[in-house]
Design a protein around this ligand. Structure first.
Ligand code: PEP
Length: 251
């Protein structure tokens, strides 16, 4: 059966020293806890190796926020999936809306990144979601379906089964505007149906679909109570240990 997961996305925040301190704080908070979900932090590349040395990944998984769409070579400034894996990280966020919007990521580049993540044993946390205009003109279901089809539906059922999905309506990311729990449930159930049509009910039922977009301790419980919402991808609120743990404990 699918897992409940709360994953932090620190984005481009914290110095190395601040990040190590935050990771240690979260690790400490989880030491004697038995949360009803897996807990993951996705952190800047520069922090991965140091944080890996400070946390117990049995209790707190570690991931990157991106990886390159090439294996290695003359791509100045890029960080490959094998480099990420060599730090001890186990996860990688791919297709975040900020990468799609500011760095021109397309389904073509994302297919390459997913293949390289798999080759290096990384679990992709794959983001999908519509912008405000698409929600307002009611094309949001079509947009999300196409994002999934274009970037993921070339995968075998076995490969697809290794993906964690994150539905993140772009209008809710970092805006303080959360999708209502009913809006989240409606889209998550739709996504599960799209997966079932392609791969069958068992694969769909086993896929964790996280919600992301201004999730915080005050709204997490209502979102996570919905049957198709299997946890959250958390931006701003993951930068404070108490807030992040408040969301983890919402399960
Ligand atoms: C995110 O960037 O993945 C996110 C959900 O951000 P926030 O929680 O800050 O809206």
């Amino acid at each position: 059966m699918r897992k409940n997961i709360v994953a932090g996305n620190w984005k481009m925040n914290t110095t190395l020293q601040e990040g190590v301190a935050l990771a240690k704080e979260v690790n400490e908070a989880l030491k004697d806890a038995t949360p009803k979900c897996d807990v993951i932090i996705c952190v800047p590349f520069t922090h991965l190796a140091s944080i890996n040395g400070e946390i117990n990944q049995e209790k707190l998984g570690l991931g990157a926020e991106n990886c390159a769409d090439h294996k290695n070579g003359a791509y100045t400034g890029e960080v490959s999936a094998s480099m990420v894996a060599s730090t001890g990280a186990k996860y990688v966020i791919l297709g975040h809306s900020e990468r799609r919007q500011y760095y021109g990521e397309t389904s073509d580049t994302l297919r390459e990144k997913i293949a390289l993540a798999f080759e290096n044993g990384l679990t992709p946390i794959f983001c999908i979601g519509e912008v405000l205009e698409e929600r307002e003109n009611e094309t949001h279901f079509d947009v999300v379906k196409k994002q999934i089809e274009d970037a993921l539906f070339h995968l075998s059922a076995e490969e697809f089964g290794k993906i964690i999905l994150a539905y993140e309506p772009v209008w809710a990311i970092g805006t303080g505007k959360t999708a209502t729990d009913d809006q989240a449930q409606e889209m998550h159930a739709f996504i599960r149906g799209v997966i079932a049509d392609k791969y069958g009910k068992e694969v769909a039922d086993n896929t964790s679909i996280l919600y992301g977009g201004s999730c915080k301790p005050s709204n997490a419980a209502a979102l996570f109570a919905k049957p198709d919402v299997d946890g959250g991808l958390i931006g701003g609120a993951s930068l404070d240990c108490a807030s992040f743990m408040g969301i983890v404990n919402a399960f």
